[in-house]
Ligand binder design. Structure first.
Ligand code: FAD
Ligand code: NAD
Length: 472
């Protein structure tokens, strides 16, 4: 079989893989990117970040038209949902972006190859064998191979995905009708975002969560506020629920669970979304045969330069340690490309923001209060509420809070946590500040335009030193 030679072959075209391939090409490396699906962009563009945000936006506008306009003196009658049109809009956005990645590959001279990639190596000479849908194979040889194969939904024992009544996130992005009663297993990011979509469109939503809180990893105070506000919107929460199974009977699904005392319960819905986390995806990749070490959670083990246990084979994104976020995967893709081109790759792991796109949004960067307390780091806290901000009131968004955490001795910014409208945009300022090693004082001294929500961030920074202006 003939062999094509590249400097770098990237397996996977998600935000980790495609960004890595583009940066490699920019740096003059002859690059190929292998993707098993016909479209580029991975989970994020096809069945993740982008379609979910498209539906969140559409459902938010519907909800606003129904419930939010009256306060502005606007009467809207005859407001209804055309679900097919909403889905088509989502699909068009996805098509535009996945096509855009293909266009960027072309513009950068990247070989875009469709098929399942498998790593073959004798420890020094590396190849990727690509098997196409029709079974034909081609061999790509490269000095460096980057594994960017992402992740897949975790299944729960007793809860079998059937793609119809019991779905994962991909199924929940394309339900054929608004459920009557959607049962969510897992109060994590996916559950709350997709649950919000269907709640706003008219479904009754019950969330079963194993822990005694929602949104693990989010600052505790902010997560409590999120639960309160989602409950106000009509989402029901059962915490401490250990789900045992889901039985489908026609159009009904019975989900059984036990509470903290071990007592058994059931809840019946017409659709179930199980979103209890994602696992790294390495099936068929040939890691075992190639000697690429995986850890106990199935993640590819990498060193600080993203190199696996096999020299010349690298890995990035959801398939390695760290948060499963598109921007983290992208940053790692850029870093590894720069390392391969002889430079120094850097990822600022202390300043990776994370956002939950519910309404209001929840966003955080840096350390939470719980983490600082557990680590024994002394800190000061500044807090400021949206309710005292002019822009928030003009927007009708008085529910919200910004919390800034700074080192008690040095004032260095350690964390920023926000719940409120546009929290996802506001958090960027804190991420830059943490990355640049700024203090709360630095943030407070920077001029913030009036009237903006960003003023809430500044007031919270001032409050670290009890100097907030609009706080009694
Ligand atoms: P992926 O995007 O999973 O891409 C991996 C690619 O590799 C896939 O296309 C796969 O087909 C391909 N592949 C796998 N094995 C092979 C093989 N052997 N040969 C060839 N190709 C292969 N993150 C955010 O930051 N913000 C969000 O708003 C957000 N929303 C999300 C919403 C949902 C519903 C979901 C499911 C996820 C969301 N995420 C979000 C997470 C985000 O999608 C992932 O963190 C991100 O896609 C990881 O990028 P990646 O490149 O590592 O992997
Ligand atoms: P998650 O880890 O965010 O949440 C899973 C939840 O399920 C947790 O609260 C967990 O305690 C709960 N759970 C686990 N087992 C359970 C059981 N048996 N019964 C009831 N509850 C149970 O996972 P996810 O929501 O599936 O999302 C996966 C990943 O995708 C996340 O880690 C996130 O990084 C990424 N993602 C990010 C975004 C975003 O950035 N906006 C959006 C969607 C997904």
């Amino acid at each position: 079989m003939s062999e094509q030679r590249y400097d770098v072959v990237v397996i996977g075209s998600g935000p980790g893989g495609y960004v890595c391939a583009i940066r490699c090409a920019q740096l003059g490396l002859r690059t190929a990117c292998v993707e098993r699906y016909p479209t580029r962009g991975g989970t994020c563009l096809n069945v993740g970040c982008i379609p979910s945000k498209a539906l969140l936006e559409s459902s938010e506008r519907y909800h606003e038209a129904l419930h939010g306009l009256a306060a502005h003196g606007i009467t809207a009658t005859g407001v209804s949902v055309d679900l097919a049109a909403m889905m088509q809009r989502k699909d068009e956005i996805v098509g535009q972006l996945t096509g855009g990645v293909e266009g960027l590959f072309k513009a950068n001279g990247i070989a875009s190859i469709t098929g399942r990639g498998r790593l073959v190596t004798d420890g020094t000479a590396h190849q990727v064998v690509v098997t196409a849908e029709d079974g034909s194979e081609q061999v790509l040889a490269a000095d460096a191979i980057v594994l960017a194969t992402g992740s897949k939904p975790t299944a729960l024992p007793g809860v079998a995905f059937d793609g119809d009544r019991v779905v994962d996130s991909t199924g929940a992005l394309s339900l054929p009708e608004v459920p009557e009663h959607l049962v969510l297993i897992g109060a994590g990011v996916i559950g709350l975002e997709l649950g919000s979509v269907w709640l706003r469109l008219g479904a009754r939503v019950t969330v079963l969560e194993y822990l005694d809180r929602i949104l693990p990893g989010v600052d505790g105070e902010i997560a409590k506020q999120a639960q309160r506000l989602l409950k106000k919107q009509g989402m029901s929460f059962v915490l401490g629920a250990r789900v045992r199974g889901a039985e489908v009977d026609g159009e009904r699904v019975t989900v059984s669970w036990t509470d903290a005392r071990g007592e058994a319960h059931e809840v019946v819905g017409d659709r179930v979304l199980c979103a209890v986390g994602r696992r790294p995806f390495t099936a068929g990749l040939g890691c075992e045969e190639a000697g690429v070490a995986l850890d106990e959670r199935g993640r590819v083990v990498v060193d600080e330069a993203f190199q696996t246990s096999v020299p010349g084979v690298f890995a990035i994104g959801d398939v390695i340690r760290g948060p499963m976020l598109a921007h983290k995967a992208e940053d790692e893709g850029i870093a590894v490309a720069e390392i391969l081109a002889g430079g120094h790759g850097h990822v600022g792991y202390d300043a990776i923001p994370s956002i939950v796109y519910t309404h209001p949004e929840v966003a955080g960067v840096g350390r939470t209060e719980e983490e600082l307390t557990a680590a024994g780091v002394p800190y000061n806290r500044g807090r400021f509420r949206y309710a005292a901000n002019g822009r928030a009131l003009a927007l009708g968004e008085r529910e919200g809070l910004v919390k800034i955490l700074a080192h008690a001795e040095t004032d260095r910014l350690l964390g920023c946590h926000i719940i409120g409208a546009r929290a996802g945009d506001l958090i960027a300022e804190a991420a830059v500040a943490i990355e640049l090693g700024a203090s709360a004082e630095d943030l407070a001294r920077a001029c913030h335009a009036h009237p903006t929500l960003a003023e809430v961030v500044r007031e919270a920074a001032l409050d670290v030193d009890h100097r907030a202006i609009h706080k009694a």
